[in-house]
Design a binder for this molecule. Structure first.
Ligand code: 5AD
Ligand code: SF4
Length: 443
């Protein structure tokens, strides 16, 4: 039986895909291993959203080859978003130390690709980076080993073509799974003891299966008994469906938390990014959300140093952050990506030190906001889903998350992971809350 080691980079969609790959390989007679030492096949499920993700994978390949110098039989396969890049590099440099490549829509062909690998890279046969208009892996249940939180990909690909983003090129066109298929997967997960599900898609607002909308899908998933919490990521601010907003506010199983990627605060930059909303439209949406549900937790993604972004324009990102006061934010330096419209049209002209200055500034602001938001919870009694029976620091503590997805550390007691408790928040730091359990819930 061949042993496979698989390592995942990048986003939650890749983590999900790794479980699909495990399932495909498992049912074709492969065994998984936790170490490269006894692996016959190493798979790297890669990300190419920013250059540093790229670099990491290249370093890792050389490092694996170096550590296994004497093992000519060890095969390395590249999966995920870097597949197309690797294909091009492979055509230029047949000595690249990898053996095969499978893009995000080719995982069902992996067993065949692995069989075809025969020691040397045969650039004709050993890659499949074809993107499909239809593949949703709806017939494959990802291998999940048990736990509290599970993810379900409800759609794949993206048709938005934000000018900075490589995803439409690496993952292809948008396609949605049927609501029934998603509900079946949710039921199966509930039977295995999962309590929380996060529905995944590059842009869930575009979910459309024969007319069924994302709000309808979310509603159906919320009827699955055993699943007590549902989250989703990410919606696009340009066309946030109002019925979805209403459902989030009204449905007790849907967490009161929205990830709403801003990307930039200035309308000219947003236009160059092809985000199709203005600063004001974004702020109006936030107002509408807060009117409907004042305590909605909001998080975001921001890019600093997009081509031509001036100091004054960057200040508008600061202004939006100050107005919205996000609970958390992922802030990135602009990174030029192959194939993208931005790379073709706009030189990457914001100097690296300026990008650094901007990212440091935003991270500092965000840290303050996260801390203020967390401090405001002290004294509240919140419902916590327990996720771990110990914490990294102590086996006398356990941890879970509140509805807003914040980590809450609690003293150990007569409760365990998978259970819901009511806890009084007693202390806060920018990243975590602490509390004491006041009631164990029976659900
Ligand atoms: N440079 C920097 N950040 C990027 N992102 C996507 N593409 C790039 C890029 N070229 C960020 C966006 C997106 C998140 C997943 O990654 O903020 O929302
Ligand atoms: Fe990329 Fe924009 Fe699609 Fe998100 S919505 S995956 S940023 S193109």
């Amino acid at each position: 039986m061949k042993k496979v080691f698989i390592e995942t980079y990048g986003c939650q969609m890749n983590v999900y895909d790794t479980d699909i790959v495990k399932s495909v390989l498992g049912s074709n007679g492969y065994e998984l291993t936790e170490s490269t030492d006894d692996a016959d096949i190493v798979l790297l499920n890669t990300c190419s959203v920013r250059e540093n993700a790229n670099r990491k994978v290249h370093n890792r390949i050389h490092n694996i080859r170096h550590q296994n110098k004497k093992r000519d039989d060890l095969k390395i396969g590249i999966l995920g978003c870097m597949a197309t890049n690797f294909r091009k590099q492979l055509l230029k440099d047949p000595k690249l130390p990898i053996d095969f490549i499978a893009g995000p829509d080719s995982y069902k062909r992996l067993p065949q690709l692995i069989e075809e690998v025969n020691g040397s890279v045969d650039t004709e046969n050993n890659f499949d980076v074809t993107l499909s208009e239809f593949e949703t892996y709806s017939d494959i249940y990802p291998s999940q080993t048990g736990g509290i939180n599970a993810w379900i990909a409800v759609m794949r690909g993206c048709d938005n073509f934000c000018t900075f983003c490589v995803v439409p090129y690496t993952r292809g066109r948008e396609r949605s799974r049927s609501p029934q298929n998603v509900v079946d997967e949710a039921k199966r997960l509930a039977d295995k003891g999962y309590r929380q599900i996060t529905l995944l898609g590059q842009n869930v607002n575009s979910y459309n299966h024969e007319g069924a909308t994302f709000a309808e899908l979310l509603d159906k998933v919320s009827e699955v008994s055993g699943i007590e919490r549902i989250r989703f990521t990410s919606p696009h601010p340009k066309d946030f469906p109002r019925p979805l907003l209403k459902l989030i506010s009204d449905n007790p199983k849907v967490c009161k938390q929205i990830h709403l990627p801003l990307q930039a605060g200035n309308t000219r930059v947003l236009e160059m990014m092809n985000r199709t909303y203005s600063k004001q439209e974004y702020l109006d949406l936030v107002d509408e959300i807060r009117e409907l549900y004042p305590n909605m937790a909001l998080s975001t993604d921001i890019i600093v140093g997009f081509p031509t972004e001036s100091d004054a324009e960057f200040e508008e990102t600061v202004e939006v952050m100050e107005k919205v006061e996000y609970d958390s934010a992922f802030i990135f330096k602009y990174s030029e990506r192959p194939q993208t419209i931005a790379k073709r049209k706009f030189p990457d002209d914001v100097p690296e030190p300026v990008k650094t200055e901007r990212i440091v500034r935003l991270n500092k602001i965000q840290k303050q906001h996260s801390y203020q938001k967390n401090l405001a919870h002290v004294g509240e009694v919140q419902e916590i889903l327990l996720e771990q029976d110990t914490t990294k620091r102590s086996d006398q503590e356990c941890q879970g998350r509140n509805d807003a997805n914040k980590i809450v550390i609690l003293p150990k007691g007569d409760y365990h992971k998978g259970q819901f408790v009511m806890a009084e928040i007693t202390d806060a730091s920018p990243h975590t809350l602490r509390g004491k359990v006041v009631e164990v819930l029976q659900k």
